[in-house]
Ligand binder design. Structure first.
Ligand SMILES: NC(=O)c1ccc[n+]([C@@H]2O[C@H](COP(=O)([O-])OP(=O)(O)OC[C@H]3O[C@@H](n4cnc5c(N)ncnc54)[C@H](OP(=O)(O)O)[C@@H]3O)[C@@H](O)[C@H]2O)c1
Length: 353
């Protein structure tokens, strides 16, 4: 089968994915039997294209974009396409949702996902909105329509936190997790420990592209919390409303707090913590003084880390990138390969293949 892909949103993640698909095309076919054609792309800023009998030449499109152009400059680009039109007109097998995250409503991404799933189209997304606010509904819709809703990239980008917990740790009971899930705040805290002020560290994070012009979502803990909600609802079978979860960011930490904590042989980390106790699951986000012996203490800069508490293995920690064009593009590739493997009823890699 040649998978027909439609890409919705063509910013950092969309372009990162496109580059990976081009670079790895031969290897994906040889190693996993995964073949694809991109039948449509739509981005509200860059324009859209839908090619029913053929495919978008990603190499050609990326050259146009590298030269300062847009999707609208690709031969045959459509002026009339929109997000729902992409699903209807291009009729993909898999919709890849990579538009912006809205933690208030999840929209318009939730509608994009609903529309695709209801039409028997698999959905892969890096968008935290649908996974944090509507995962249960979207999973049900996917199951009713015989397709999958996957969202590896919503937590730790391409570092496979969700697939590790739901796949590799299947059979173990996960009674909680604790992690550094926001790279921007970890970068700022690391710099502050090195002697920088909060403002200087934030300015450097912005210069390096880690923090947005308005850093509220990161520094006030909303982004980390959204990821905590996604993990808790996926692994602990508990739904949380984002606004009801206790949350503190890092803005109240002063250089004196950092110095004092250093003297205590500890280090501040913005942690997402989820624990099950007496049948109740509690979730929170706050800065925590972590002992230097804790695996999370040594995770510096923009790197993310997550420890799962399991009944069989005790703590299991995964450390890796938490953001980035290619890194998050890779999360989409992981999910595409899982859809492919499940659809063909064979493991991704078989001995002798
Ligand atoms: N970048 C990362 O490292 C990372 C990591 C994990 C998860 N994510 C998530 O992945 C998603 C994509 O991230 P990104 O970094 O690629 O963002 P981005 O660079 O801002 O790209 C998103 C693109 O989607 C477009 N868009 C917005 N609304 C749309 C709509 N209704 N229909 C079609 N296109 C629309 C945007 O246009 P406008 O700019 O005009 O709005 C933009 O071009 C986000 O939800 C983000 O939270 C990103």
């Amino acid at each position: 089968m040649i998978w027909k892909l439609a890409l919705l949103g063509f910013g950092n993640v969309g372009q990162g994915l496109a580059r990976l698909l081009v670079e790895k095309r031969k290897e994906l076919k040889r190693k996993y039997g995964f073949e694809y054609k991109v039948v449509g792309i739509y981005d509200i800023k860059m324009g859209g294209i839908c090619i029913k009998d053929g495919e978008v030449d990603l190499e050609k499109l990326l050259k146009i974009i590298d030269g300062g152009g847009m999707i609208a400059d690709y031969p045959g680009a459509s002026k009339d396409l929109n997000a729902l039109g992409l699903i209807e007109m291009c009729q993909p097998d898999i919709l890849i949702e990579m538009t912006f995250t809205d933690f208030e409503t999840g929209q318009p991404a939730v509608t994009h996902c609903r529309q695709a799933l209801a039409n028997g189209i698999h959905v892969v997304t890096s968008n935290k909105g649908p996974a944090a606010l509507a995962k249960k509904e979207l999973w049900k819709l996917a199951s009713e329509n015989g397709v999958q809703f996957r969202f590896e990239g919503t937590v730790m980008s391409g570092t496979p936190a969700i697939n590790l917990a739901t796949g590799c740790l299947a059979g173990a009971k996960i009674s909680g997790f604790r992690g550094i899930l926001n790279g921007t705040t970890n970068f700022i805290l690391t710099k502050m420990e090195g002697g920088m002020t909060y403002d200087a560290a934030l300015a450097e994070a912005q210069k390096l592209g880690y923090a947005e012009a308005d850093p509220t979502g990161d520094v006030e803990g909303w982004d980390a919390l959204g990821k905590g909600v996604i993990l808790a609802s996926t692994l602990m079978d508990t739904e949380f409303r984002i606004k009801e979860v206790p949350r503190k960011g890092i803005t109240q930490l002063k250089p004196a707090d950092i110095e004092q904590t250093k003297k205590e042989g500890k280090r501040w980390k913005l942690l997402v913590e989820c624990r099950e106790k007496d049948g109740k699951v509690a979730l929170k986000v706050e800065p925590v003084k972590v002992d230097l012996t804790d695996p999370l203490a040594s995770v510096g800069g923009a790197t993310n880390a997550l420890t799962f508490d399991t009944d069989v293995l005790g703590p299991v920690t995964i450390i890796g990138a938490g953001a980035g064009r290619k890194e998050t593009g890779f999360s989409i590739l992981i999910d595409l390969l899982w859809i492919h493997s499940i659809a063909r009823g064979k493991p991704l890699l078989e001995v002798g293949e």
